[in-house]
Design a protein. Structure first.
Length: 109
């Protein structure tokens, strides 16, 4: 609406109205920039969890632990895979499973 207002005001040769629409557009763009900066990089990817896939991952983790793998290391592997898939280095699942997130470098993988 802002750009259209500037164009129409310019066609009818009304510089004051064109300037007003331009300033309104600048304000709207500034608000969008602030909202994007405040929202952060991960806010646009808030998809609902896929429950069937989550159950499958839990089943596979259980099978690995039953086969002799250490549960904290398997959980760390899953967290690292999630980080890799999301393309982020943020702490995923912190505070889950006893309040302590195991370090992937602990133990001997």
């Amino acid at each position: 609406m802002g750009v259209a207002g500037m164009i129409v005001a310019s066609i009818v040769n009304d510089n004051g109205v064109a300037l007003t629409f331009g300033l309104i557009t600048v304000g709207a763009v500034a608000c969008l920039m602030v909202a994007t900066a405040v929202a952060g990089p991960g806010s646009a990817r808030s998809l609902p969890p896929d429950e069937a896939r989550a159950e499958r991952v839990e089943r596979l983790v259980g099978q690995l632990v039953a086969a002799g793998a250490e549960a904290p290391l398997v959980r760390a592997l899953v967290r690292e895979a999630v980080r890799l898939g999301r393309g982020t280095s943020e702490e995923v699942g912190a505070g889950v499973h006893g309040g302590r997130t195991p370090d992937p470098d602990e133990g001997g993988i």
